[in-house]
Ligand binder design. Structure first.
Ligand code: MN
Length: 253
């Protein structure tokens, strides 16, 4: 089995090292990852300068691009054969609820799906950028077991990526795996007004507080309870229910 590993925290990130350690018992791992942090770059593609891959070891490529660039370049340029799966992560922070709309980690899995490769995004739900990822060392074995399960599903759901969030507990304390839906989150005070060194006003996006809401089977609830959350996400954002009942909102033009 050929496994392509990437992330959005950069090729040196601890989470990527843990993902590779978890994936190696399952197949031949190729890493193609950004040369620097690309968190919250979503599904962006680099069009205005070329990409220069640098070989950092056997099947280990560093790319001066986004997670989406990495998957596209890996599949179409660097790997001799297509990977059987794309694995993205382990992100240094949760990707639950609306996070998935900003996440480069999830977008790399979206890119995998959009070029026809089953893909899994994995995030460590230990807070945001300041997550203490040293705990991931104790989750490598459980992650290997989970990946083995996911990569051998009866049928990997078509046109669907699996979005995994690991709870911030030691491996032995993980209670199990729950299938979940996306929750909702509201950020408060997440834009910080400041002054630059010359006294001019600037604004920095980050920090603040998060409030979660959602059904009993939401991703954030599973993680809060110490379960691994697995949410199937599909890329068709058409609102099918709205199309099925246009009389509820649409007027003939
Ligand atoms: Mn990240």
């Amino acid at each position: 089995m050929r496994l392509l590993c990437t992330n959005d925290d950069g090729i040196l990130a601890h989470g990527l090292g843990c993902l590779v350690a978890a994936a190696e018992p399952l197949g031949e791992v190729t890493v193609v990852a950004p040369d620097r942090e690309q968190s919250a770059t979503s599904h962006s593609l680099t069009l205005h300068h070329p990409l220069r891959p640098i070989l950092r070891g056997e099947r280990r490529w560093q790319v001066d691009g986004t997670p989406t660039d990495c998957v596209m370049l890996a599949v179409e340029g660097l790997m001799e054969e297509r990977p059987d799966f794309v694995l993205s992560g382990i992100n240094h922070g949760q990707n639950m609820g609306e996070d998935v709309l900003y996440s480069g980690t999830v977008a790399a899995a979206m890119e995998g799906i959009s070029i026809g490769i089953p893909s899994v995004a994995i995030s460590f739900a230990g807070g945001d950028l300041r997550a203490d990822v040293s705990m991931l060392d104790y989750q490598i074995e459980p992650l290997t077991r989970l990946l083995k399960h996911l990569l051998n599903l009866r049928a990997f759901p078509p046109q669907t990526l699996l979005n995994v969030n690991l709870p911030p507990v030691h491996g032995d304390d993980i209670k199990g795996v729950k299938l979940t839906r996306l929750g909702r989150r509201v950020y408060s005070n997440s834009i910080k007004p400041m002054l630059d060194p010359w006294g001019r006003p600037i604004y920095w996006i980050g920090g603040g507080s998060i409030e979660w809401s959602g059904h009993a089977d939401s991703d954030f609830r599973a993680v809060e309870e110490g379960f691994i959350s697995v949410t199937p996400l599909h890329l068709d954002v058409t609102h099918h229910a709205m199309l099925d009942s246009p009389e509820s909102w649409w007027q003939e033009l």
